[in-house]
Design a protein around this ligand. Structure first.
Ligand SMILES: [Mn+2]
Length: 321
C-alpha cells in the first residue's frame, strides 16, 4: 500500500498553489484519466492546475470530461510543484530536460505511479508508488478517499477508465478482488462502465482495422524462442491513413494466442526510432525483463522499449537495420 500522508500534507500546504500535472508520452487511458482526476482533486482543494501531455489526448479518450485541458507546452518556472502521474520513468514524461531543470531550480517533484521499474524517485521529493495495484487510477482513488473528497460521477468515470484500460477491460492478470470491488464502488458513485467499454473496446476506425490487418498478416512465429512478432512500418501507417495511436491494441489482440509465448509488435515511429510493445499471457514469462534487454521496462505481462533503427523485410521475417 502506498503511503499517502506525506503527499496529502504537501498538497494541503498554503505556499504550494500552482501545480503542473504530467501524463506520460503516447498516453494511455490510465495516465490520462489519473491526471484529469488528480486535476479535479487539486482544484477542489483550491489549487491552480495545468495539465501537460506531450502527445495530447488520443481520440479514443475524448469522451472524458476535461480532456481539452491538456496542453503540450509550459514553463516550469510557472509552478510551485510538478506531479508526474503513471510515467514509469523520466524519459517517458516527454519532458525529461524540463523536469531536470525544475529540480535544479528547487521545484518539488511528486511521483505517483504503479510501474515497478521507475527511475523518477531519484528526482522526486515525494513518491507514492504501489506496484500491487492495477493502475495509477487506483492510487488516485485512494487519495480521494483519504482526503475525504466527494467523488462526482465524472471523476468516477475517469478513475474507472484507467482501471478498465490498464486491465484490458478486466481481462489481465492484474485484476484482483480488490480491483473489482473498487470498480463496483466507482460504479456506485456513477461511473459509466458501458460508456467506457463502448468508447474503448468498440471504437475502431477503418484506418485502424486496415493497419491491424497488415500487422496480423505479417505475424512471424519464432517457435525456438517462444516469440510471436509482427511489424508495422511508417509506410504502412501512411498507406492506410492511420496514426500511431491506431496501433494500440493490436499487440493485445496478437497475445490472445493461448500458448506460453511472448508477443512483440515492432513499429517505426515518426522520429526515426522503433518502438517495441511486448505482451504475454504466460505466468512463466516476464516481458519486462525482455524489454529491459533493450533499455525499456514495464510490467511482467506488458512492457515496451524504444531503439534506434528501421525495419527491413528479409526472407521469412524482418530485421532491424
Ligand atoms: Mn498505468
Amino acid at each position: 500500500m502506498a503511503s499517502y500522508n506525506k503527499l496529502i500534507t504537501f498538497l494541503e500546504r498554503e505556499d504550494v498553489q500552482r501545480f503542473l500535472l504530467v501524463a506520460h508520452e503516447r498516453p494511455d487511458g490510465d495516465t490520462v484519466s489519473a491526471t484529469l482526476a488528480m486535476a479535479r482533486l487539486l482544484r477542489s482543494l483550491g489549487k491552480k492546475i495545468t495539465v501537460a501531455s506531450s502527445h495530447g489526448v488520443p481520440e479514443v479518450f475524448k469522451y472524458l470530461p476535461d480532456w481539452r485541458d491538456a496542453k503540450s507546452d509550459f514553463l516550469v518556472g510557472d509552478f510551485d510543484a510538478i506531479i508526474l502521474i503513471d510515467n514509469g520513468d523520466l524519459k517517458r514524461t516527454g519532458y525529461a530536460e524540463r523536469i531536470i531543470a525544475a529540480k535544479t531550480r528547487g521545484i518539488p517533484i511528486v511521483n505517483i505511479d504503479h510501474h515497478p521499474k521507475n527511475d523518477i524517485w531519484k528526482y522526486a521529493t515525494i513518491n507514492v508508488i504501489d506496484e500491487n495495484v492495477s493502475s495509477t487510477c487506483e492510487i488516485i482513488f485512494g487519495l480521494f478517499k483519504k482526503i475525504n473528497l466527494e467523488l462526482e460521477p465524472e471523476i468516477a468515470t475517469m478513475l474507472l477508465t484507467g482501471i478498465y484500460t490498464d486491465t484490458g477491460g478486466f481481462q489481465h492478470a492484474n485484476v484482483s478482488a480488490k480491483t473489482l470491488s473498487l470498480a463496483a464502488e466507482l460504479m456506485s458513485h456513477g461511473a459509466k462502465l458501458k460508456n467506457i467499454s463502448s468508447n474503448i473496446s468498440k471504437h475502431k476506425s477503418l484506418a485502424m482495422l486496415k493497419l491491424w490487418g497488415i500487422a496480423l498478416d505479417r505475424i512471424v512465429n519464432l517457435t525456438g524462442i517462444k516469440l510471436i512478432y509482427s511489424v508495422i512500418t511508417r509506410a504502412d501507417i501512411e498507406s492506410v491513413g492511420a496514426s500511431d495511436q491506431d496501433l494500440a491494441g493490436v499487440v493485445n489482440l496478437i497475445s490472445t494466442i493461448p500458448d506460453d509465448v511472448a508477443t512483440l509488435l515492432l513499429y517505426e515511429t515518426a522520429d526515426g526510432k522503433i518502438k517495441g510493445s511486448l505482451r504475454t499471457e504466460s505466468s512463466k514469462i516476464d516481458v519486462a525483463r525482455i524489454a529491459g534487454l533493450f533499455g525499456g521496462g514495464g510490467h511482467k505481462r506488458a512492457a515496451g522499449f524504444v531503439i534506434d533503427g528501421r525495419l527491413k523485410k528479409i526472407e521469412g521475417g524482418w530485421k532491424i537495420i
